[in-house]
Structures are given as C-alpha cells and as structure tokens.
Design a protein around this ligand. Structure first.
Ligand SMILES: Cc1ncc(COP(=O)(O)O)c(C=O)c1O
Length: 400
C-alpha cells in the first residue's frame, strides 16, 4: 500500500504542519480517511466548506460549468462573473466587485485600490494602519499588512507603508494616523489569532475616525464573511459599513476564489490596466460561487448558523463551568473558540482526532471551530461530547 505521508515528505515542500490523516472523501460535516475512519469535521477546510463536503449544489455547479466553459481569461465577459458580482452587490453595502483567486490576493487588491485612491485624492497618502496579531495573508503585500511578527520576520524587508497598533485600541489608531495615512485595515474578528473579539463599539469608533479623517475603512471578511458569524457579513452586526471589503474562503464552497467589494467612488479609481489576474473571475469559480451564495442567501443559512451557534455555545459554556482547564468561550456564529488556562491545545486536538473529531489550534492554549453553516444539532451534540472526553483525557482535568 502507498505510504502517502512518506511520499509527501519526499515530493512536497515541507511548509505545512499537517495532521496525520490522508483524507479521502467527505459528505456534509463528515469526512473519511483512506483507511475508512470517519471524522466529524469542525475545521471545515479553515472556514471554506460553508455548505459542508460534496454538497449537491456545489458539486452540480462545478460539473455543469466544467462541462460548459472552465476558463476564458479576462479578455472576455462571461455570465457567471457578472451574475455573482450582481448578487454580492445586491446583498452588501458595496457597489462593485473585483474577483481574484484567494484571500491574500483580495488583500493585495485592497491595498492597491487604497493606494491608488490615496494617489488620486489624498496627495499620495499610502500608509495603511492595521492591527497587531491580525492576519491578512502570506504574499508580500498582505504579509506587510499582517501584524504577527513570526510570519513577517524571516521575509524582511517587507513593503513599507504599514503601521501596526494593538487590537481594540482606538486611541492607538488615532495616534498612528498621519497625513500619509490612507486606510485602516482590520478583521471584524481576528480569526487566526485565536478568535479575538472586537470590544463593544471599537469598530464603530474606527469607522467614525475614518470618516473624520477621510480614511478608507477596509474590512478583511475573508474568515468572517459568507454567513459565518450569523449574518452574511460580520460588519452588519457592528452597525458600520466598510469602504472596501475583502472576501474569499467560503465564497465558492471550496473552489478557490477571492474578491474585493468597494464603494463606487473608491472602485472608480482602479482603472483599465491597473490590476488583474489571469484566473480572476474564472467561470468555474464564479459559477460555483453564484450557486453557493444563492443557496446561502435563499435558504437563510446565516440565521441557521446563528441558531446552531447558540446550541454549540451553550455546550461550550457548560464545559467552561465544569472543567477547570477551560477558561474562556469566544466568538460569534460558527467562528468559535475555547481558551484553556494552559498550553494543552495540541494534546486536546490529538485526543479529539483519535476520537473522530477534527478541530484546529490557532494558539497553544486555544481550540477553534468552523463547522459548515448547515451543521446539525446532532453533529453539534456529538462534537461536544467528543470534545469533553478529549479535554478530560488530554488534561486529566478533574470536574470543577
Ligand atoms: C482574515 C484572513 N485574511 C486573509 C487570509 C488569507 O487567505 P488565503 O489563505 O486564501 O490567502 C486568511 C486566511 O486564513 C484570513 O483568515
């Protein structure tokens, strides 16, 4: 039998810390490895599989579009890109869409758009203020925007024009603002940092400051978007509207895609020849995005996710009450995390996996959950039971 892990270590770059599972197939919230072992998948491809695995809507869209027209380049128009852009505009506060292929590319486009706008309207202002611990991607512009030193340091020098300030500190944003500043870039919830919530009124305060100073507010909704937090976009729950929004991950249910949306007055500054990508707006990705997003919107999946989140949060809080090692439950919608009072997340993750539950550990003391929006009550209950047993096994925690 092929030893896939050994072959990976021979042929692929070893830049990922993969779990020792060779995934074979999936259905809904369940996946099976090549040995036939079944898992409940509460990682969801890192918030990508919004409809779960092998959803018929996604599978059909891929199959039909693949048999019709996979790729044309941006030298031509296609229907799916226009229909998906229209759907996104009609279901957001923004006016125009640019498509690319990943989250990091969406951030690159947002940075270029902000700089172009600053070049044209703000005496060449170019600096972007972003948050420490934020995560915006791995390409050089997005990495320069990312406020996490361990991702940045080995790749210096990074692009200039970024200032980083502590998360949830509006005064620090004010203090960092100069006449070079063009935009503030934030995640509505810091996902990769371990699901760090915005303080009440923080994002409202940032929006007001941007209005006062004539700065663009760029929201990175790559992880929080597409219904994950209980509304289609996380900004809706903050009572604010961004000028530019970056989206990706779940937008096409698992087919690679990214996009920025922007207000008309801002989008107008990116003119012919300023930016582009060969695969962007690719018919396969946009047709699948159209089917996925239509399904999410028409079936009110964000509200369904919010109800599922209530059930899951109640179960997680009961662990917080009963297990000494669990000291926090964070998140909104189906972007949730539990914090431990010690660095036991890897041990808990391993115990979960052995018991058939996949979770993620963005920090040594944090486990994160991003199941599909259509996760069932029964799956939440089973995952909660496995999690509790795994925490007890991994930490030998006595009940409180
Ligand atoms: C908030 C946020 N921004 C940007 C990215 C980068 O997206 P991608 O990995 O598709 O380049 C991620 C990925 O996790 C993310 O969570």
């Amino acid at each position: 039998m092929t030893d896939w892990v050994a072959e990976d270590s021979q042929y692929l770059f070893q830049n990922y810390g993969r779990q020792p599972i060779v995934m074979d197939r999936g259905e809904g919230t369940r996946v099976w490895d090549v040995d036939g072992k079944e898992y409940l998948d509460f990682v969801g491809g890192l918030a990508v599989n919004v409809l779960g695995h092998a959803h018929p809507i996604v599978a059909q869209a891929v199959a039909e579009q693949a048999a019709t027209l996979i790729h044309t380049s941006n030298l031509y128009y296609t229907k799916p890109m226009i229909e998906l852009a229209k759907l996104l505009v009609e279901n957001s506060c923004l006016d125009r869409v640019f498509f690319c292929n990943s989250g990091t590319e969406a951030i690159e486009a947002a940075i270029k758009l902000a700089r172009r706008w600053g070049h044209d309207t703000k005496n060449g202002a170019y600096e972007v203020i972003a948050a420490l611990d934020g995560f915006h991607g791995r390409t050089m512009g997005a990495l320069a925007a990312t406020g996490t030193e361990r991702y940045r340091e080995p790749f210096a020098p990074l692009a200039p024009g970024f200032a980083h300030v502590p998360w949830n500190d509006l005064d620090a944003i004010k203090a960092a603002t100069t006449d070079r500043t063009v935009a503030v870039l934030l995640e509505p919830i810091q996902g990769e940092a371990g699901v760090n919530m915005p303080a009440e009124g923080y994002l409202r305060g940032v929006r007001d400051w941007c209005d006062e100073k004539g700065l663009l507010l760029i929201l990175d909704e790559i992880q929080t978007g597409n219904g994950r937090t209980g509304t289609l976009w996380a900004y809706e729950q903050e009572g604010i509207e961004p000028d530019i929004m970056a989206v990706a991950k779940g937008l096409a249910g698992g087919v690679p895609i990214g996009a920025i949306l922007a207000r008309e007055e801002v989008a107008a500054h990116l003119v012919k020849g300023d930016h582009g990508t060969t695969f962007g707006a690719n018919p396969l990705a946009t047709a699948t995005g159209l089917a996925t997003m239509r399904h999410i919107i028409e079936n009110k999946l964000p509200a369904q996710a919010a109800r599922a989140a209530d059930r899951f949060t109640t179960r997680l809080r009961s662990l917080e009450d009963r297990l000494e090692v669990v000291n926090e439950v964070r998140g909104r919608g189906l972007l949730l995390a539990i914090g431990f009072n010690r660095d036991c997340a890897t041990d808990v993750l391993d115990a979960c996996r052995r018991r058939g539950l996949l979770v993620n550990n963005p920090r040594p003391n944090t486990i994160r959950f991003m199941p599909p929006l259509n996760v069932t009550d029964d799956e939440i209950d089973r995952a909660s039971d496995i999690l509790e047993a795994a925490i007890i096994e991994a930490t030998s925690t006595a009940a409180k």
